[in-house]
Structures are given as C-alpha cells and as structure tokens.
Write a protein that binds this ligand. Structure first.
Ligand code: C6P
Length: 407
C-alpha cells in the first residue's frame, strides 16, 4: 500500500483535470515529459511577475533576488545528486545538451585517432549521435555493447570491449524505450579499470531512482528538468571538478569570461566557464520548486508506488492476446513498451488518443535499438506518481477496443 495520497497529488497537477475527445485524460507519456505541479507553474510566473531581472550582472534588488534564486537551484541539484560541490553543477538545455558539451569539450580536446568510445545498444540518439560526430572528426571508433532478448546489457561482452584504447564509456542509467535499469555502478567500475572516463545519461533515472554521483563514481551525469516535474528546455550536468577544470569552454560569450581584449580572453571559473550568455533563469528557478516537490513526496515513495503500477500494468497487458512486452529486464523503471501482432504502433496511439489515453508510439529516438529487436517501433506507456491503477485498467480496456476495431 502506497505511503502517498495519490488523490491529493493529482490535485496538484492542473493539466490532468481535463477531457480529451470527450474522455478524462489518462496521461501515460511521462517518459517523454512529466506534467508540472501548480507550484512549478507558479514559480515560473512568480519570477516573471515578481523579480524578472538578469543575473550575476546587476546590483539592484531584483537582480540580486533573481541571482540568489538561480544559484539556490544549483545547490539543490548538488544535494539531489549528492555532488561534492555546487561548482560541479553546470546548467544545460537538458540531457542532450550535456552530452554534447562533454563530446565537444572533453572529447575534442583529449581524444585522438583510434581511441574508442563505448555506448550500449539501448542508447537514445542523443547518446549516440554526438559521439558519432566526434568519431568522424577525430578518427575515433564507436563500440556498442550488445543486449539480451530481455533488454539487459551483456556484462561479459562489455568487459571484452574494454581496453587501454577505451577513453569514454557513455551509458544510459534507465532506458526510455525498454525501462531497463542498468548496473551503472558496475559499468563505471569496469570503465575505470582501463582508465576510461564515464558519462551517465540520467534522463530517465532521476525521477525514479535516488542518484548519488559519488557512490556511483560517475565522471559526468546529465539529466533534464522536464522529466522530473520541472520545466522544458533546461537541465544540468554534473562533472568531476578535475575533469571540468581541464576541459576548455564550449560556447563563447558573456558570463563565461574573466577578461576580454581583442588579443586574448581569459575564462571564468567553474561553473560559469560553461554557461555563456543569459541562461534560462525562470526555468532554473522553477526546477528548484520541482525538486522540492519530489523531495517532499520522497523519491523512495515515488519509486515504490511506480513499481506497484508497473507490476499491475505488466500483468494486465501480458494477459492481452498477441501483445508482447519489449524489455523484460529484472530491474525496470515504470516504462512498458509493447507490440501487438498485426497492428502498427501508430494505429494503437491514434485509437487510444480517441479514448483520451496519451501514450507514445514509434522508435522513441532509439532506432538502433528497434533494429536490434527487428521492429519498426513500439507503443509505450510510462507512469508517473500521479497515475493510478484505474487508469491502467482503462489502458487495458482501450487496447482490447483497438484490437476489436482493427482485427
Ligand atoms: N527521451 C522520450 O520520449 P532531452 O530531449 O535532452 O531532454 O532528453 C533526451 C534524452 C536522452 N536520454 C534518454 C534516455 C531520454 O529518454 C531522452 C529523452 C524522450 O523517451 C524524448 S525522445
């Protein structure tokens, strides 16, 4: 039995209380983006209505208030990830931006021809393409860890790929398309044995798993606010200070400099060296409210409740004739991807939408993973803390209706 009052939680999310196509909205596209509690929406408008000002530059009251709220978020993220210091938290546009930052700074500076980068078969495009671009530029080699039919990394195969040539291992903590939770601590440990630097794609992990970057010994950890009940278009990256210190900046502009002449520029210290230009102030501030929201509920409580939903849904969906769950790892976050014999995932998505049920269909930005399973895509239902078993019942009934309609 959950420790959480789900009715009360649902009341915090205004968007949930509407009808879509004449049916109460069932929102099961949380792996794409979670909905935002009223407190987060209020934090956004509170900034614009009350203390909109540019940060770090002004000495007036509003600028100081905005700067202080902005920097408070950095400290909250430090605590949330258990990072050693807030200077090791860099604001980004999101997970994609964080990975690109590492590829374009660390990668371009320290990798050479024939060096190897290891990723896994279940990576999101944002943890594939930046490394491919780097490989193209530097003549490095991209190696891919295979996975089992259940959607789990084959550790022995991973270890075989590692060598003194391996410079970067970049792996997803929780897969958006399969739900698999990877043994990320072990993956990092093995990478460190050959002296490789590690990056964890934490996009799907932060809203379900308590993160401790020191425990994991991750060199870089990236996540997006919008999958954590926060705003879109912003996120953060943790990096170990000794790495961040030796990395050159990526984007040039205001804020990231110490002194500029036409002949030479000296760069600001951490974290500002990586934060050129006016940042996304309002959204950074609102992320702090989202973190408070999650912390108040307790990530352990959220995770436990979501696991209840996952088990319930797995049982319900498995009972549907012709339905196959793609991704049956022993440890999963609350994501269920599935295919139904003879029905295209897109048709499932469209027909469920007519019943007010929002899921995601397609390749989920993991085309190589879909190729591994020999499918064009899946239908994916992903659950958050405000979802209920009654909604899962509606999904199961909805799928039966889809089948009856199309077959
Ligand atoms: N996955 C999904 O529906 P951004 O877009 O930068 O916030 O996150 C990118 C990203 C990186 N890694 C993983 C594991 C992800 O799941 C995502 C985003 C969304 O699955 C949109 S494609």
């Amino acid at each position: 039995m959950s420790q959480l009052n789900i009715d009360k939680i649902r009341a915090d999310f205004p968007i949930l209380h509407q009808e879509i196509n004449g049916k109460p909205l069932v929102y099961f596209d949380n792996a794409a983006t979670t909905q935002k509690p009223k407190a987060v929406i209020d934090a956004l408008s509170g900034y614009y209505e009350g203390y909109n000002a540019n940060i770090h530059r002004g000495i007036h009251h509003l600028a100081e208030k905005a700067t202080s709220a902005f920097e408070e978020t950095r400290k909250s993220i430090q605590r949330f990830l258990n990072a050693p210091s807030h200077e090791e938290i860099i604001f980004t546009y999101g997970t994609t931006d964080g990975i690109n930052l590492v590829a374009n700074t660390y990668g371009r500076s320290f990798l050479q021809e024939d060096d190897e980068i290891i990723i896994s078969t279940m990576e999101h495009h944002s943890n594939i393409v930046p490394w491919q671009m780097l490989c193209q530029e530097k003549g490095c080699v991209l190696k891919v860890i295979p996975i089992t039919e259940h959607g789990e990394i084959i550790m022995e195969e991973y270890v075989k790929l590692l060598s003194e040539k391996t410079k970067i291992v970049s792996v997803v903590y929780a897969s958006n398309a399969l739900g698999t939770v990877n043994a990320i601590k072990e993956i990092i440990e093995e990478a460190h044995k050959v002296g490789a630097v590690t990056l964890v794609d934490g996009a799907q992990a932060t809203s379900h798993i308590k993160i401790d970057v020191q425990e994991l010994d991750a060199d870089f950890f990236c996540f997006s606010a919008h999958k954590l009940y926060g705003p879109t278009g912003m996120g953060a990256m943790y990096g170990k200070r000794e790495l961040l210190d030796k990395m050159p900046p990526w984007r040039g502009g205001g804020e990231m400099i110490k002194e500029v002449t036409f002949e030479h520029t000296s760069f600001n210290e951490l974290p500002y060296k990586f934060e050129a230009g006016t940042p996304n102030i309002a959204d950074v501030i609102a992320l702090n409210t989202a973190l408070d929201y999650v912390n108040d509920l307790g990530l352990e409580n959220i995770a436990a409740y979501e696991q209840e939903l996952l088990e319930y849904a797995t049982e319900k969906l498995q009972a549907i004739d012709g339905l196959k769950i793609i991704g049956q790892a022993a440890e999963k976050v609350s994501v269920i991807s599935f295919v139904i014999d003879g029905i295209h995932p897109q048709d499932i998505g469209v027909l469920l939408d007519q019943q007010g049920i929002a899921i995601r269909t397609g390749h989920h930005c993991t085309q190589p993973l879909m190729q591994r399973f020999g499918i064009v895509g899946t239908s994916r239902a992903s659950f958050a803390v405000y979802n209920t078993k009654e909604e899962i019942d509606k999904l199961a009934e909805g799928l039966l209706k889809v089948k009856r309609f199309l077959m």
